[in-house]
Design a protein around this ligand. Structure first.
Ligand code: KDG
Ligand code: MG
Length: 424
């Protein structure tokens, strides 16, 4: 392992003398592939040949992040010291006049995650050991049971419980709507980004609010209360509608009701809180600690669902978790299939190390995705284990990735029955 240099670098550009790089970055490559769905991956390689991977996938906006990384970030990384993880984060965030937002924060996340991967490989340790080591035996995950109707949903919940899951998210088709968020034809995998031009779905709040309490009630009636039950509203309700739903689900003893209102409507959570004790989770579309501040400080939520890939990487996600911990808010990291195995591995290293982990979403990746991204994490007894490989424990098979070129795919949009736009 190279020694830390103490001599000022002769090429310091104008400013104060710089310390020589311990592990200079020599290459930054952006790899776009589509093994079952689109993924953007950043690979950094150091002068001594260590590689690190970072997920940079933003569903439906993949090429925007790829261009941001290639055109604006990669050139600034060459020669930079790979061991300066915090400084690089500050350079990319504070150094950027135009801050935050999903594209920027996803690009920063990719660099940060790749640097943690490099650090782990350099040290010969899995990333969670660098983050303070295990706080728990494993990472409890929830799977996605869903059905076109209640009967199919019950079959799917049974399948997840038989597979050993201790936590299940339940989504059901709404009668009279031709498709509903979270309900897929292929039960184990779900990919809403299904067409280059967004598919138009139909939405009815009234029908949804009538269908859900009955469906979740049927799940509890059939399977009892010895597992965690979750439900994702997917940003669709007004605060008072969400309050009503939360109250009507109290007897179901939900682990959480997710994203009851659109993310930008944070004041709405105050009203929801006044009316229901159903725990609330949100955050998958939030990209920084500043976006979560009110929700956490006012204890308007119980679980913060920001992810490594969309909220600035391991460094920033760890900061959000630490801030949340001071208010006894726990984490529930987003883990849909559009978050690549590189992101899932990074999330698992963090989940296992932090004190206030709550639960991890685990939507299985397709076989093609798993083949392109061989990984050391494993599922057993309702938990994922990050594995003991140095770094993140994920690689990318370049040859195979090249056989799955990018395909344009957008997330759907929603219209109400009268034709007006609604949140998807
Ligand atoms: O890209 C959008 C998906 O990640 C999102 O719709 C999935 O809400 C989601 C969840 O909870 O997994
Ligand atoms: Mg969600």
């Amino acid at each position: 392992m190279p020694e830390a240099g103490g001599a000022p670098s002769p090429e310091a550009p104008g400013g104060p003398p710089r310390i020589e790089a311990v592990e200079p970055i020599e290459r930054a490559e952006v790899i776009v592939c589509s093994p079952g769905r689109n993924f953007v991956t950043l690979r950094l390689t150091t002068r001594s040949g260590i590689t690190g991977l970072g997920d940079a996938t933003l569903n439906g906006r993949e090429l925007a992040v790829a261009a941001y990384l290639r055109d604006h970030v990669a050139p600034t990384l060459i020669g930079r010291d790979a061991t300066r993880i915090e400084d690089t984060w500050q350079y990319l965030y504070r150094g950027g006049y135009w801050r935050r937002g999903p594209v920027t924060m996803t690009a920063i996340a990719a660099v940060d995650t790749a640097l943690w991967d490099i650090l782990g490989k350099r040290a010969g340790l899995p990333v969670h050991e660098l983050l303070g080591g295990r706080s728990r035996d494993g990472v409890t995950v929830y799977g996605h049971a869903n059905g076109e109707d209640v009967a199919e949903l019950l079959d799917q919940v049974a399948t997840y419980l038989e597979r050993g899951y201790r936590a299940v998210r339940a989504q059901v088709g709404v009668p009279g709507l031709r498709s509903t968020y979270g309900v897929s034809r292929d039960k184990l995998f779900y990919e809403p980004a299904d067409a280059a031009i967004p598919t138009e779905n139909l939405w009815s709040t009234e029908r949804y609010l009538r269908a859900i309490p009955a469906a979740l009630g049927a799940v509890r009636e059939r399977f009892g209360f010895e597992f965690a039950l979750l439900h994702d509203v997917h940003h669709r309700l007004s605060p008072i509608e969400a309050a009503r739903l939360g109250r009507s689900l109290e007897a179901c003893d939900l682990f959480w009701m997710e994203d009851p209102v659109p993310a930008e409507l944070q004041e709405g959570y105050r009203l929801i809180r006044q009316h229901t004790t159903t725990p609330i989770a949100t955050g998958e579309v939030l990209t920084s600690i500043w976006d979560c501040r009110t929700l956490i400080e006012e204890q308007l939520i119980d679980y913060i669902r920001t992810s490594v890939v969309h909220a600035g990487g391991i460094t920033h996600q760890r900061r959000i978790a630490a801030f949340a911990d001071t208010y006894r808010v726990r984490t529930g990291s987003h883990g849909a299939t559009d978050l690549s195995p590189v992101c899932l591995a990074a999330a698992l290293h963090l989940d296992i190390a932090i004190p206030n982990f709550g639960i991890q979403e685990y939507m299985r990746h397709s076989e093609e995705t798993d083949a392109v991204f061989p990984h050391s994490y494993r599922f057993a007894d309702g938990m994922l284990q990050p594995g003991a490989d140095p770094g993140l424990g994920v690689t990318i098979d370049d040859g195979l990735a090249a056989r799955f070129p990018y395909r344009p795919a957008s997330l759907p949009v929603n219209r109400r029955l009268d034709g007006s736009m609604h949140d998807w």
